[in-house]
Structures are given as structure tokens and as C-alpha cells.
Design a protein. Sequence first.
Length: 81
Amino acid sequence: MPADDQTEGQADTRISGTIKFVAPHGRFAMIARDDRLPKVFVHLAEARQIGLSALTMGQRLSFRLQREPDGRAKATDLSLL
């Protein structure tokens, strides 16, 4: 695992970023990380856990990464910035 890939083993590390894409149906979005590492998937269900009813372009978030079984990372434990 590359040293700058903040995924597994660093669950306590918070990452910040900006939503740069929202799916037309609004159920998921992609977050551009401030550290310029690959964009991260976030599902609307995660946003609802902090009281948001929608994901919006330009929204600033802080989050943790969780590795999916297929190897992809997703944003969890969201906070608004």
C-alpha cells in the first residue's frame, strides 16, 4: 500500500474535500479530496446519518475512508465543514 493512500489502517484520520459530482438521481456523489488523492464515493445514506437530506455540489465535508470488499474506498463518518 502506498504511504499516501489513506485508507485501511488509518481509520482515525479525517480527510476533507468538496463534492464535485452528484448523480442525477442524487443517491451518491464523488468528493474531490483536498490532498488531491483519488476522488471518493459517498452514498446519500451516509449524509442522512448527519441530518442532510441531499448531497450538493460544492458542499465541504470531512470524512473517514472505509475500504469496500471490492477494494474501493468510500466516505463514512461525515461532518460538514
